[in-house]
Design a protein around this ligand. Structure first.
Ligand code: SAH
Ligand code: SF4
Length: 382
């Protein structure tokens, strides 16, 4: 969707998702000076203003003109849930009855916001509840950056003197960010822009299941940190878990990750390799040894994610002992390896559970529901 075109509902141009370069071009197209973009961006993303009349360093005539043709329209919050551990989750309305989820996870002086990029996902990884819903549509750049805007509003963190509440953003919510390329690039550029949210490139992470051509394109236009969802050390197993592996197998994916790093000015950057551990599927010790070998070609650190169970999935989370043995092998092989702790369990905010509140309306979600019903009936008959 082109952000410069008016929104269907109001016929006004929504400035919330406009990157600095797009806003400069838009201002020129309406006969204004491009430097106004910096002022407007600061009002929107530093101060949290959504009314042009509050932009006191713009002249009255310009404020009136902007109010006439443009708007700053964040998506609406349908529901907010707070966990006892400080995790906060929002179900965000994105029109047409669709909801996506955004999760804030505090950890000491860090605060990580997990942001969605699509309604549903077309890639159907076997262990992912978003994948089970099928794909509805891409989010606009305004709907993506709007999740950051809403989170700061919700914590009253614009100009509150509280210091930074959101210190990190991860594109690890619903959807495959590289399949919504332009909008994700615009939104992440605002996250890293000094006139936007001013986060360093090390604190904005895009997680992908491995859309290789888009990864190459990303390296040409972005400095965002990269996380790659590997989940298996060989193609036979990865084909089962992450179907896009049949198009872009592991060797091609790792080579693309290396090319991404090579394009970055900073030579010390590494890719985060995500590996969701599923009991009896990809958590055997030989998998850990094989993973340590296969990753030799890539400067990386490893993040082990214990599988988060959800309805419609038969997979199980491995035991603590199995997880720590797996970790030990990678650690001994010289990899910086972390295990993601599960957070927000009481509000279903843990990774992979993000689809909980979203209406299932695709054919794929119906197929899965039918399968689950048939399984239950079989169990009853036996
Ligand atoms: N589409 C992107 C980003 C969203 S998923 C991607 O696949 O990378 C974010 C991370 O959560 C991915 O590593 C994904 O594999 C993982 N994940 C999905 N479902 C999960 C589950 N049920 N348990 C644990 N991790 C899961
Ligand atoms: Fe899509 Fe990522 Fe889920 Fe796979 S893990 S179905 S790519 S959201």
């Amino acid at each position: 969707m082109n952000e410069v075109s008016p929104s269907a509902e109001t016929e006004k141009v929504n400035l919330l998702g406009m990157s600095r370069s797009k806003m400069e071009a838009w201002l020129v197209s309406i006969g204004e000076k491009p430097f106004r973009a910096q002022q407007i961006l600061k009002w929107i993303h530093h101060t949290g203003v959504d009314d042009f009349n509050d932009m006191s360093n713009l002249g009255k005539a310009l404020r009136a003109k902007l109010s006439e043709i443009a708007e700053i329209r964040p998506p609406l919050v349908e529901r907010q849930l707070d966990s006892v551990d400080g995790t906060r989750k929002w179900a965000v309305q994105v029109g047409g009855g669709n909801l996506v989820e955004t999760v804030f996870i505090p950890d000491g002086d860090r605060g990580t916001l997990c942001v969605s990029s699509q309604v549903g996902c077309s890639l159907d990884c076997s262990f992912c509840s978003t994948g089970k819903q099928g794909f509805m549509r891409d989010l606009t750049a305004a709907e993506i950056i709007g999740q950051v805007w809403l989170a700061l509003k919700s914590f009253d963190a614009f100009q509150s003197g509280k210091g930074r509440v959101v210190t990190n953003v991860v594109m690890m919510g619903m959807g495959e960010p590289l399949l919504n390329f332009d909008n994700v690039v615009d939104a992440t550029s605002l996250m890293m822009d000094d006139f936007g949210y001013g986060l360093s490139k090390r604190r904005v992470t895009l997680s992908t299941s491995g859309v290789v051509p888009m990864l190459d394109k990303l390296g040409d236009v972005s400095e965002v940190s990269l996380a790659v969802s590997l989940h298996a050390p060989n193609d036979a197993l990865r084909n089962e878990l992450v179907p896009i592996n049949k198009r872009y197998p592991i060797a091609e994916l790792l080579a693309a990750c290396k090319r991404y790093l090579d394009k970055q000015a900073d030579r010390h950057r590494v890719v985060t390799v995500e590996y969701t551990l599923i009991a009896g599927v990809n958590d055997r010790l030989e998998h850990a040894h094989e993973l340590a070998e296969v990753l030799r070609v890539l400067p990386c650190k490893i993040n082990l994610i214990p599988f988060n169970p959800f309805p419609l999935s038969d997979y199980q989370r491995p035991s603590k002992t199995a997880i720590s043995k797996f970790w030990q092998i990678l650690n001994d092989a010289g990899y910086v390896t972390t295990v993601r702790t599960t957070r927000g369990d009481d509000i279903d905010a843990a990774c992979g559970q993000l689809a909980g509140l979203v209406q299932d309306r695709t054919r794929r979600s119906e197929r899965y529901r039918r399968q689950a019903e048939e399984q239950t009936q079989t169990i009853r008959l036996v």
